[in-house]
Design a protein around this ligand. Structure first.
Ligand code: CA
Length: 167
């Protein structure tokens, strides 16, 4: 499990990253919104922990830009009195939130729940008859042998796996 933590308070970033690593996560860190946006859009993460008040690019803007490209589950961190902040974050596409200061055990529990939910929604393999479409490796097999498809052909099959069943 790979997680990105975007947080500009060095101590909180360090403590959070450390707790996540001790729980078995691979953790990337970003200390401002610009670095966070770059990493979030460049690499694949199972979840992102996102502070809202960040230098360079704030958390809402980062989230809005990320959502145009990716559905990576995002848990936002907000100030205690930031009800409007949280509502805005959820509206833009955050999946959960935690109010600062938070217990690390609650952060871990919520992250695990987020990742479980996201994994439940994802459909890595689609099977119809003897045709299998693997959406992670972007391959199609029929009767166990790999079909030689171009990227465009693959995209068509992924949208409509029934078309491959007619081969
Ligand atoms: Ca902050």
């Amino acid at each position: 499990m790979r997680v990105l933590v975007v947080e500009d308070e060095p101590e909180l970033l360090q403590v959070t990253a450390q707790a996540l690593r001790e729980s078995g996560f691979a953790v990337d860190e970003a200390a401002d919104g610009e670095e966070g946006l770059y990493k979030a859009t460049t690499w694949e993460y199972d979840a992102i922990v996102l502070d809202l008040m960040l230098p360079k690019i704030d958390g809402w803007t980062l989230l809005g830009k990320l959502r145009k490209k990716k559905k990576t589950p995002v848990l936002i961190l907000s100030a205690r009195d930031g009800v409007r902040d949280r509502v805005q974050g959820l509206d833009i596409g955050a999946d959960d939130y935690l109010v600062k200061p938070f217990e690390l055990s609650e952060l871990l529990a919520r992250l695990r729940a987020l990742i479980r939910r996201a994994a439940g929604q994802a459909l890595p393999q689609i099977k119809i008859g003897d045709v299998t479409v693997d959406t992670r490796t972007r391959t199609v097999t029929k009767d166990g042998s790999l079909a030689d498809l171009t990227g465009r052909e693959y995209a068509i099959v992924e949208c409509s796996p029934f078309s491959a069943a007619d081969w």
